[in-house]
Write a protein that binds this ligand. Structure first.
Ligand code: BG6
Length: 296
């Protein structure tokens, strides 16, 4: 279903038989809503989000490409999140094993304007799929289409804002004992202790070479998000907490309590593509009731 969103920006709504849904803005190629069968919103979008270029939409799943963060010559998190994507007129064939999937194929290509800041030709194909159980899958295929024989390097993240009831009751499992770069401490490398991760102050960490499965347990809401990833070795965990929240114009002062970013990413070692080469990176998220989980 193709319709108009905030400020008349095109959006696409994906629906699943039991009532799950997802909403995708062509601006940023960004998922801005993901609901379960009870119509409960599973992603956080700020009440102060600005749906207008050149700002990226604060929440949902912004795509960070071709640069994650501020390490590099580009603007923070690259430019893909504030470009207008198109519906892909020539999408790759869909595997026929499960026809009960709602999906949309988007594409972003180099523009003359962008080549002034990042002098490379590329095709970025993004498939967003809502599976029969409501799982949300994002698959990126990035191809180097340079004609001058040049390779390019990029970093990447699916900057996923999960909606949580109360950040101080949330636990992340799957990252314990791993090395991470702490963005709050000049990106110095540390090693995480053995316990599941909990939150009581600002966090901005890039966990390195993580397992492919990470769980986010929302104790109060009895919900567990499971994030699975492929082709993306790292995972970013971010919560701005109170001070940084106040400093962000497109983020409510208290909203940090109700969100947590956990992002499948490739940050430490950039991906390098030769002309004609393609890279794939996938993130799949699901939300399951955790009333049966003992884990306490
Ligand atoms: C996180 C980064 O992924 O995104 C943080 O690790 C950053 O350093 C945050 O503050 C939000 O970035 P932005 O550009 O969307 O405000």
């Amino acid at each position: 279903e193709h319709c108009k969103g905030v400020n008349g920006i095109d959006k696409v709504i994906l629906r699943e038989v039991r009532g799950c849904s997802a909403e995708v803005y062509l601006y940023g190629g960004q998922v801005t809503s993901w609901k379960n069968e009870y119509r409960e919103e599973l992603l956080f979008v700020s009440s102060k989000a600005i749906f207008k270029p050149p700002k990226a939409i604060r929440g949902g799943i912004p795509i960070c490409f071709p640069q994650f963060g501020n390490q590099g010559s580009l603007e923070q998190h690259g430019f893909a999140r504030n470009r207008l994507w198109s519906i892909d007129p020539d999408p790759p064939p869909f595997p026929t094993n499960n026809p009960n999937k709602a999906f949309i194929d988007l594409i972003l290509k180099h523009s003359e304007e962008d080549m002034k800041i990042w002098p490379h030709r590329y095709e970025f194909r993004l498939r967003i799929t809502l599976g029969p159980g409501g799982d949300l899958m994002l698959t990126s295929r990035i191809r180097n289409t340079n004609t001058d024989g040049k390779s390019f390097a990029f970093t990447f993240a699916y900057h996923t804002y999960f909606a949580v009831s109360d950040i101080s009751e949330v636990r992340v499992e799957g990252l314990e004992t791993l090395d991470y770069l702490d963005n709050l401490k000049d990106k110095v490398r540390f090693t995480e202790q053995g316990d599941a991760i909990t939150f009581e102050s600002e966090v901005d960490k890039v966990y390195l070479s993580t397992p492919t499965k990470i769980a986010i347990l929302d104790h109060e809401r009895k919900r567990t998000f499971v994030l699975r990833k492929d082709g993306l070795p790292d995972a970013v965990v971010w919560n701005p907490w109170d001070k940084k929240a106040k400093a962000m114009p497109d983020f409510g002062d208290d909203e940090y309590k109700h969100m947590l970013c956990v992002e499948a990413a490739c940050v430490e070692k950039p991906i390098i593509l030769k002309p004609g080469e393609e890279w794939r990176g996938r993130q799949e998220i699901s939300a399951v009731p955790s009333s049966y989980c003992s884990g306490q």
